[in-house]
Design a protein around this ligand. Structure first.
Ligand SMILES: [Zn+2]
Length: 432
């Protein structure tokens, strides 16, 4: 009997009794027969309320528990049914696992911790489960976490963003807490109704406490925020504004590349295979290739450029004046966000004038959007809504969407994102 008590501690089963331990000869798995202690018996699986017993259920059931050494462990118990006032005839709750889960609480907790800390391969190999199972576990762990902790507590400054995944075919709307830098909410979709469900969950009272909302300037976000968050100052995310400029620059780069390629095509084409040593040079083709390869130099922030990219950039500016101007326009706009608020307004207006006269169509167009969002842009500078925070959150969520590709439902993806980037991270079982 003493050894069975030790097994209870070893298996981490609270409020349960270990009745026996056996090794399955075929599989080599350890099977622990368990049953709930008195107070935990005959409770509804959904609401935990004590209910009259209905029947013995469909025989013995197994739950995967944490391994002991290298051996897989299963808990085995009867699965009687109870008759709940609200939930009808339902399988009784067990203290060691979530309702309808095939894994114990400890197993779930360890998977959740691993999924937020390590690679997909590490989780699936170490725990010996499929990636889809990880998705199901994340969903139920998040459901419990959400019930225990209020992710909206003390929310005043938020950022709303839309993120595409599955190669741009699906979208998530996400809400970030600017004060703590945490992800507080996410849902599939990118429309007014989706964002509306966030404010429904937040409630009218707490929506009124929101002082600042930053967003990417999408009209559907602005409309919902104006209606649901009457007291909030609307700010434009510097990150998105700089991204617009990068896109405008890219349009110029692509046009320059197409032009260069057209020139290159007029060159005599080479025969298949490695060119001879004495083959004549093809300056236009080289030009086109260099233009193609310059895109990283143009995209990166100048302080992050490698020496090679700096040389490439200097070459682009020299050989293609329009592309050079576009590059400085992008950089100029990025600099505006680094200025103190009192200087930023003047600098932004100067930038607008510069872009308007640039004769580069994509920047003339961008300048119009900047004028439209001028107040929101200056508000974000005045209130110091961190650019880096939104940008790094955006990058991290993108990374998670890539990892979560094999999950069946968007719920699992969102659960993984909220558990990884939210305020309440999973902890390993047995540790605080
Ligand atoms: Zn119930």
């Amino acid at each position: 009997m003493r050894s069975l008590t030790i097994w209870r501690t070893l298996l981490g089963v609270d409020k349960a009794v270990v009745e026996g331990i056996d090794l399955d000869d075929d599989s080599g798995d350890l099977i622990a027969s368990v049953r709930s202690t008195g107070s935990m018996r005959n409770r509804c699986g959904a609401c935990q309320r004590r209910c009259p017993r209905y029947d013995g259920g469909a025989g013995r059931r197994r739950w995967r528990a944490l391994d002991v050494g290298t051996i897989q462990v299963y808990l085995e118990a009867d699965a009687p049914r109870v008759s709940c006032r609200d939930h009808g005839v339902i399988v009784a709750a067990v203290p060691w696992a979530r309702h309808q889960a095939g894994h114990t609480h400890h197993f779930d907790a360890q998977v959740a911790w691993l999924a937020t800390q390590t690679s997909k391969t590490a989780v699936t190999h170490l725990m010996r489960i499929a990636w889809r199972t990880v998705g199901a576990i994340m969903t139920r762990v998040w459901a419990d976490t959400e019930e225990l902790h209020d992710p909206f507590a003390g929310l005043t400054r938020i950022g709303i963003d839309e993120i595409s995944y599955k190669r741009g075919r699906k979208f998530l709307t996400v809400v970030v807490d600017h004060s703590s830098g945490r992800l507080v909410w996410a849902a599939p979709g990118q429309d007014k109704a989706t964002l509306g469900t966030f404010f429904d969950a937040l409630g009218e009272e707490r929506s009124a406490l929101i002082t600042h909302v930053s967003a990417d300037g999408a009209a559907w976000i602005a409309t919902v925020v104006a209606a649901r968050c009457p007291n909030a100052v609307r700010c434009a995310d510097p990150f998105h504004v700089v991204k617009w400029a990068t896109e405008a620059l890219d349009e110029v780069r692509r046009a320059a590349w197409t032009e260069a390629r057209k020139h290159a095509r007029q060159n005599e084409s080479r025969t298949v295979g490695r060119p001879a040593h004495d083959a004549p040079p093809r300056p236009s083709s080289d030009h086109a290739r260099l233009m193609m390869n310059s895109r990283f130099a143009l995209w990166k922030n100048p302080e992050n450029l490698t020496e090679k990219q700096q040389i490439k950039l200097a070459w682009v500016v020299q050989t293609n004046p329009a592309l050079g101007r576009a590059y400085y326009l992008k950089e100029g706009l990025r600099l505006v966000f680094k200025l103190p608020h009192d200087e930023a307004a003047e600098a932004l207006d100067k930038w607008i004038g510069w872009a308007r006269r640039s004769r580069i169509p994509s920047f003339v167009k961008l300048q119009r959007s900047i004028v439209k969002h001028r107040t929101a842009i200056l508000a974000s500078i005045e209130h110091g809504l961190s650019n880096g925070r939104v940008e790094s959150m955006n990058t991290k969520i993108r990374l998670i969407t890539r990892i979560a590709f094999g999950f069946r439902s968007p719920d699992a993806l969102i659960a993984l994102a909220l558990l990884s980037l939210g305020g309440h991270k999973p902890v390993l079982p047995g540790r605080v």
